[in-house]
Design a protein around this ligand. Structure first.
Ligand code: GUN
Length: 291
């Protein structure tokens, strides 16, 4: 058995086309182009690549994108001053501060400084709270990308056993919240699933994973999800972005292709979907702010 590909690259291309059309319609109606400001502090090579890819994707969709590059020695005060300026700028609808930040800067202070209306990462506590309460303003980009990848490949989520390996604030935790909730008009990406989160202290990880109809790997360790951990025919979503000898590798071992029913490749799976959902949120922010 060879799993079917959950092709994020192809779906991202389709969805970016849909977003570009909506952006173009807004411009034709005389509205301002949605604007994204990305802030990059320091010289983390992976962050530089991510920010560049986000910038390119914005340009292709007609979204006005600016990158603010600050040195690794930037103080928290300097970064907060830039965020204040972007919060007040009417051409900026979305603000993204690329993480991680240098150690002299407190991440939570920066996350709280971004105006919740412009928080296209959905990291601000107000937006995390709205999501948890079932009234999201934005969905966080990677979890939303995972849900779209399943939905648009016809994989049913409602009533299914979902196991998420990883409890991060960026992926595992918000994805669990989304997948367990009941869908409503205000919360269309909710999954109605039975959700388990597994993590480093989970006993019998393989057994827990094997219960999953949908298994999401968001661990951050190359190849840790092996074939013996996967129920035959399960849909497996690989959120891993590990660097192995200079190449991008997922959390899922290649042998899982022989067991799973569906598998998202790395690269070309969740990564392009994350960027697509950022474009989606920037357009949503422009609609919420400008009408
Ligand atoms: N670093 C790793 N993933 C992300 C993300 O989704 N958003 C931001 N801002 N930084 C990140």
């Amino acid at each position: 058995m060879t799993a079917q590909r959950l092709d994020g690259k192809a779906l991202a291309s389709t969805m970016r086309g849909e977003i570009a059309e909506r952006v173009s319609a807004r411009k034709q109606a005389g509205k301002r182009a949605p604007g994204l400001a990305a802030v990059l502090v320091g010289d983390n090579p992976a962050s530089q690549v991510y920010v560049r890819n986000k910038h390119k994707a914005c340009q292709q969709a007609g979204i006005a994108s600016t990158i603010h590059t600050l040195p690794a020695t930037t103080t928290q005060k300097e970064l907060l001053a830039l965020i204040d300026q972007l919060n007040a700028d009417p051409a900026v609808h979305g603000i993204l501060v690329q993480l991680p930040l240098p150690k002299q800067i407190e991440e939570s202070a920066v996350i709280r400084a971004v105006s919740p209306a412009k928080d296209v990462d959905c990291f601000h506590p107000e937006n995390v709270g709205l999501l948890a309460a079932g009234h999201p303003r934005f969905y966080p980009c990677t979890p939303h990308g995972v849900v779209k990848l399943l939905n648009r490949n016809g994989i049913a989520i409602a009533g299914k056993e979902v196991v998420i390996v990883g409890r991060s604030n960026i992926v595992g935790k918000p994805l669990a919240v989304m997948l367990m909730q009941k869908p409503t008009a205000a919360n269309p990406a909710a999954g109605d699933a039975t959700v388990t989160i597994a993590h480093t202290r989970t006993v019998n990880l393989a057994e827990v994973c094997k219960r999953a109809d949908i298994l999401v790997a968001a661990v951050g360790k190359a190849g840790v999800i092996t074939a013996d951990m996967v129920k035959p025919g399960a849909a497996v979503v690989d959120v891993g972005t590990n660097s192995v000898e200079g190449r991008l590798a997922g959390d899922v071992h290649p042998e899982v292709w022989n067991v799973a029913g569906w598998l998202s490749p790395v690269p070309g799976g969740v990564g392009p979907m994350t960027i697509t959902m950022l474009l989606f949120n920037t357009l949503s922010a422009a609609e919420l702010i400008d009408g």
